[in-house]
Design a protein around this ligand. Structure first.
Ligand SMILES: C[S@@+](CC[C@H](N)C(=O)[O-])C[C@H]1O[C@@H](n2cnc3c(N)ncnc32)[C@H](O)[C@@H]1O
Length: 276
């Protein structure tokens, strides 16, 4: 793999706390991602590239689907996250995965893959379809590209009875917009696949709702991750009040309204490369 570096900023950063957050979030969202990947045909014996793999949540999930006769390569430009991913794979005894440090804009591979997968990555790329075009060239004819990205409008729609949750979601959307990340991922994905000459993708949307304790906490954790960047991005935070009490006030709002916790919607899309 080529190892050039891109200059684009990544709003969520690479602190240890963010890596830990990715693991908690990954455990919570794994069933939704697994359902998408199974629907897209990811299965035993396949060779899969996981782009923007972070600490390896999706890579390890994919490794379970392809089994020891398959192979999964995770790519990320965060060397510390990759070191953690390698340790996790080692302690799980999953030796059919490999982690490679590379910028997606320049990642290279010799052998075609059966599939390219990615979760929460296209939204951060300045030109998702340019990178997707390069990735599609690494997939064998009849192979599949599968991406899962956040749908913020689906999340907002669940919060109309929760004023503080709504304000926090609006703040996060503003942070992503001002950092250059894409927030309209459903239509964005539909367009991306077609922009690179693939058919209109199969798509699905799943919004996690329910009593899972992490559903109560994830929004506060996401806001703590971006808190140091709010001033620089010019995003006012007065509307959400004191950060020290934000987590408990968000939780309290759920109890006071006897509401479920909600997560960001996950919009998934997949399409196959043409068979020549
Ligand atoms: C939100 S995390 C998602 C990680 C993982 N896919 C998951 O769902 O847990 C996004 C990851 O993309 C990586 N990333 C962002 N831009 C990248 C780029 N241009 N090249 C390689 N990795 C990138 C970040 O380092 C981070 O690990």
């Amino acid at each position: 793999m080529n190892m050039q570096s891109s200059k684009s900023a990544y709003i969520l950063g690479s602190a240890n706390a963010e890596h830990d957050r990715l693991m908690r979030q990954g455990a919570w969202l794994a069933p939704i991602t697994e359902r998408l990947f199974r629907a897209a045909g990811i299965g035993p014996g396949q060779r899969v590239l996981d782009v923007g793999c972070g600490v390896g949540e999706v890579t390890l999930l994919t490794a379970r689907l392809v089994g020891p006769t398959g192979r999964v390569i995770g790519v990320d430009r965060d060397a510390v996250a990759l070191a953690k991913a390698r340790l996790r794979a080692g302690s799980a005894g999953v030796d059919w995965v490999q982690f490679v440090e590379a910028d997606l804009a320049s990642a290279d591979a010799d052998t075609p893959f059966d599939a390219v997968v990615g979760r929460f990555i296209l939204m951060f790329l300045p030109s998702p379809s340019t990178v997707m075009r390069d990735l599609a060239a690494k997939v064998r004819p009849g192979g599949v590209l599968v991406f899962q990205e956040p749908s913020w409008p689906s999340f907002l729609a669940q919060l109309t009875h929760l004023p503080l949750w709504s304000k926090c979601a609006e703040l996060m959307i503003e942070v992503f917009k001002r950092s250059g990340a894409r927030t309209d991922n459903a239509l964005g994905l539909f367009h991306d696949f077609q922009a690179i000459g693939l058919p209109p993708p199969d798509m699905r949307l799943e919004v996690p709702l329910g009593p899972d304790p992490y559903a109560h906490r994830w929004l506060a954790e996401l806001i703590f991750t971006v808190q140091p960047r709010l001033q620089e991005l010019g995003v006012p935070s007065d509307a959400i009040g004191d950060f020290n009490t934000l987590g408990s006030r968000l939780e309290q709002e759920l109890y006071a309204t006897r509401s479920y916790g909600a997560g960001v919607g996950l919009v998934g899309a997949w399409a196959r490369t043409p068979v020549i």
